[in-house]
Ligand binder design. Structure first.
Ligand code: COA
Length: 258
């Protein structure tokens, strides 16, 4: 049975994690389904932007499903973390279309890690965020130690992770963890507004920007060198010719995505 609801509104794909009675906790099945849904949206030429949200008004995602992993041994735990990284969290971060997390309530543990792997986070005023894993005797295993430090800085990451504390949406905005905070009933409108702004721009250039920004956080690639390469590659695209021509001709660009 599917744990997701998937809707398309024009060029926006909305993926809703739909286990509200478990506060949308991420079990293996949901992770696999999310992975497929993101891959499908990424491959769909009609889709320009993806939004991920949780069903109900209480939670985005309250974490990895504790009931599923609490009996795991070391090898099982390692496999869970490793496959989670590849199957979902790295996949989302490296999706070549913008992925927006609409954080509509609790985003804890794996839930915050999922939101952090998205390119942008918009939170509702009732959202609460944290990485409470150390309170369970474990550490974040889906990229949270790295991405929280990247977004909010090392000091805040140490504090949030080691206290296992929860912060409000307003505090999350203050430390750079979320981009915007709005009332819950305005959350989707705000995401759509950002998506529409993105849709005016070149999809090829946005994809290049995603690759380049991510490159700076990878220890395998030099971000500055990656920027030079990707910048130069943009000059080969029809979108670049269209964008510059439109600007110089004082007209709106019509990007083909080529
Ligand atoms: N994994 C599995 N089930 C979860 C879950 C998780 N991470 N988070 C919530 N649930 C389930 C609860 O077990 C409960 O199920 P039940 O009704 O069958 O008993 C249901 O979701 C509702 O949660 P509940 O705890 O009753 O809601 P609450 O409003 O009292 O508390 C939270 C909300 C978010 C504070 C609380 O659910 C919580 O602390 N969750 C775990 C957060 C966590 O540690 N996440 C990191 C995991 S690594």
């Amino acid at each position: 049975m599917s744990n997701l609801l998937i809707e398309k509104e024009e060029r926006l794909q909305i993926i809703t994690i739909n286990r509200p009675d478990k506060l949308n906790a991420l079990n293996r099945e949901t992770i696999a389904e999310l992975s497929e849904a993101v891959k499908t949206a990424a491959a769909d030429k009609e889709v320009a932007v993806i939004v991920i949200r949780g069903a109900g008004e209480k939670a985005f995602v309250a974490g990895a499903d504790i009931a599923e992993f609490y009996k795991y041994d070391r090898d099982e735990a390692k496999a869970l973390s490793q496959s989670g990284h590849t199957t979902l969290f790295d996949l989302v971060e490296n999706t070549q279309k913008p992925v927006i997390a609409a954080v509509n309530g609790f985003a804890l543990g794996g839930g915050l890690e999922l939101a952090m792997s998205c390119h942008i986070r918009v939170a509702s005023t009732n959202a609460k965020m944290g990485l409470p894993e150390v309170s369970l005797g474990v550490i974040p295993g889906y990229g949270g130690t790295q991405r929280l430090a990247q977004l909010a800085g090392k000091g805040k990451a140490f504090e949030l992770i080691s206290t296992a504390g929860m912060i409000s949406a307003a505090e999350a905005k203050e430390i750079g963890l979320v981009n915007h905070v709005v009332e819950q009933d305005e959350l989707m409108d705000k995401c759509k507004q950002i998506a529409q702004q993105m849709m005016k721009n070149s999809p090829t250039a946005i994809a290049a920007a995603i690759r380049t920004i991510n490159a700076g956080y990878s220890d395998k690639v030099n971000g500055f060198e990656k920027e030079i390469e990707e910048f130069a590659d943009c000059f080969l695209t029809a979108d670049f010719k269209e964008g510059t021509d439109a600007f110089l001709s004082k007209r709106k660009p019509n990007f083909s995505g080529e």
